[in-house]
Write a protein that binds this ligand. Structure first.
Ligand code: ZN
Length: 159
């Protein structure tokens, strides 16, 4: 298995983890641009990962704090999957990736960074990006890159 080298994730790994849940808190702060929220649907929303594995790393989460698909209502599940499809289309329009990793980690031992609030990751991939990322891997570049990526995705959002 190849791993993407993402040194800016150290900031996340070293940061004090607060008791709050980012997927509950960020949508309630009513500042979608600052919180990197790209799109909202009835039951779920698309947000950029501030500590991405690759440029364009998005997450889709339900508003409701539940830890698994089985705890969602059928309507919420359909809405969540529609948002995942919208995020997939958005990444395709904005960046034309050659591939994508889409996945869910349920539980801490499975690698969930935020345990207890279901979220689906979408990571766009390009051939050779595991070699390419160290070139981009300057920590100070990332906040600016995040902003640029957010604006570019917003432009490509279907209205
Ligand atoms: Zn939550």
């Amino acid at each position: 298995m190849q791993r993407i080298w993402a040194p800016w994730r150290m900031e996340y790994l070293m940061a004090d983890k607060t008791d709050g849940c980012i997927f509950c808190d960020k949508p309630q702060e009513n500042d979608d641009r600052a919180r990197l929220i790209l799109h909202r649907s009835t039951h779920s929303f698309i947000i950029m990962n501030a500590y991405p594995y690759n440029n364009g790393h998005l997450m889709v989460a339900p508003y409701r704090h539940v830890g698994s698909f089985s705890e969602l209502t059928s309507e919420e599940r359909v809405d969540l999957m529609d948002e995942v499809a919208a995020a997939e289309s958005l990444l395709t329009r904005a960046f034309s990736p050659q591939g994508m990793n889409v996945g869910v980690n349920l539980g801490e031992c499975a690698g969930a960074g935020v345990v207890g609030h279901l979220h689906v990751h979408l990571v766009p991939r390009w051939a050779g990006d595991t070699n390419f990322m160290p070139v981009l891997g300057e920590t100070r570049v990332i906040p600016e890159l995040l902003r640029q990526t957010y604006e570019k995705l917003l432009e490509n959002l279907e209205r």
